[in-house]
Design a protein around this ligand. Structure first.
Ligand SMILES: *Cc1c(COP(=O)(O)O)cnc(C)c1O
Length: 395
């Protein structure tokens, strides 16, 4: 026992020595465009998944308060025993309508949705084909299923087609991709992927966690963004990002798939139901998204302004237009130093290094929010420029 504890201490020391130790900074205010840290400092926040600024929205907070009063704190049960509230079903129907799916099923998180899905629907005669940069929860979910596994290079339709050919003898084929790859902010090439899935009779699953609520003309995600709403049979996603930022996830798709998940998905069967107050707040988030064209416009305009500002300053960005704006640094220690210098200037960002991104590809992943003002962004651009110069990241 002592030996294992000592080995953990050594592993931690190794992580620290490599400059890869991830710290945690306590925030004492609600999550928002500006936050107050527990140490009293205030900062413009460029690293939350708070795309629409709903995490502290008064209407969501009020909806949660009302549901706390009407429904209590929690269900103290999984859904099938005595854990289904009217709000759960209302949210599942609301999501299905919003996403253009037949039905939807709630999970405690999208991580759980992805770890429950594949094992429940795929058997050992089936094949699953997964993008190399898919989210950790998809990787884990695929590991848990008995189907044959294939991987294709990130967003590479040519490789996807080759894998689909190799999997031609499987009973069923399932292709899974993130709608937006979270470390780069690049959008999956759904036009090519949908066409291949249709041609090779594969079921497509898109995890739209970094898109649901703000991508596409109606905010319903990457299928709508590409004009393909209705042609992506299954989507998964989170409520922990644009849709209020609390917690929870879902799978939306054909009735029989959702129905089977209610019978078989282990995180659904063996983990507590979503708190009703979170369901109520998420329903309110869907209402705001339905009337939210202005917020989406603000979000995308903020992304364009921030990208232009950083590029103008000479930073190396991952190209794109998504509100994830990654500033490439390369060296993990340097990325950490840049994040620290920015914090001192009142700009809250986080450095991402191995194992979250490949070694030598450390970066500051900034994320835009509709709640950020142009003044916030311009201040942040100046801070980046000064800190980048001081640290020799900019020439
Ligand atoms: C954030 C994220 C998840 C996990 O969502 P949670 O609801 O926080 O568990 C899953 N997939 C992708 C692509 C994500 O970005």
């Amino acid at each position: 026992m002592e030996g294992l504890v000592r080995a953990c201490a050594e592993a931690l020391e190794g992580i620290r020595a490599e400059g890869l130790l991830k710290g945690e900074r306590p925030i004492a205010s609600p999550q928002g465009a500006r936050v107050r840290l527990a140490d009293g400092r205030e900062a413009v926040n460029l690293c939350a998944n708070n795309y629409l600024g709903l995490a502290d929205h008064p209407d969501l907070v009020a909806a949660a308060h009302a549901a706390l009063d009407s429904h209590g704190l929690g269900m103290a049960s999984v859904r099938f025993i005595c854990g289904t509230s009217d709000l759960h079903r209302e949210l599942e129907r609301g999501l299905a309508g919003f996403l253009g799916a037949e039905d939807a099923i709630l999970f405690p998180s999208c991580f759980d949705a992805n770890t429950g899905l594949f094992e429940a629907v795929l058997g050992d005669e089936d094949a699953v084909v997964s993008d190399a940069l898919n989210h950790a929860s998809i990787i884990d979910g695929v590991r848990l299923c008995k189907a044959r596994r294939y991987r294709y290079a990130n967003n590479d339709a040519g490789e996807l087609e080759a894998r689909l050919k190799e999997a031609a003898d499987a009973k069923h084929r399932l292709v899974v991709t993130d709608g937006v790859f979270s470390m780069d902010g690049t959008v999956a090439d759904l036009p090519a992927i949908v066409a291949l899935c249709e041609a090779y009779d594969a079921l497509l699953v898109v995890d739209d966690s970094h898109a649901v609520g703000f991508m596409g003309p109606d905010g319903s995600g990457t299928p709508a963004h590409h004009g393909l709403k209705g042609r992506v049979p299954v989507t998964t996603g989170t409520f922990g990002k644009a849709l209020g930022g609390a917690a929870g996830g879902y799978v939306a798709g054909p009735g029989p798939i959702v129905g089977l998940l209610r019978q078989r998905a282990r995180p659904y069967l063996f983990s507590n139901a979503l708190p009703p107050a979170v369901a109520a707040a998420t329903l309110k988030a869907l209402d705001l998204v339905a009337a939210g064209a202005a917020a989406r416009e603000r979000l995308h305009a903020n992304a364009a302004r921030f990208r232009a500002g950083l590029e103008g300053a000479g930073f190396d960005l991952v190209p794109g237009s998504h509100p994830i704006v990654p500033v490439m640094v390369g060296d993990a220690a340097k990325a950490g130093a840049l994040a620290g210098a920015l914090m001192d200037k009142g700009v809250y960002v986080t450095a991402f290094s191995f194992p979250v991104v490949p070694k030598g590809r450390a970066r500051i992943r900034t994320q835009m929010s509709a709640a950020l003002t142009t003044d916030d962004l311009d201040r942040a651009i100046v801070a980046f420029e000064e800190a980048g110069r001081d640290l020799g990241i900019l020439g």
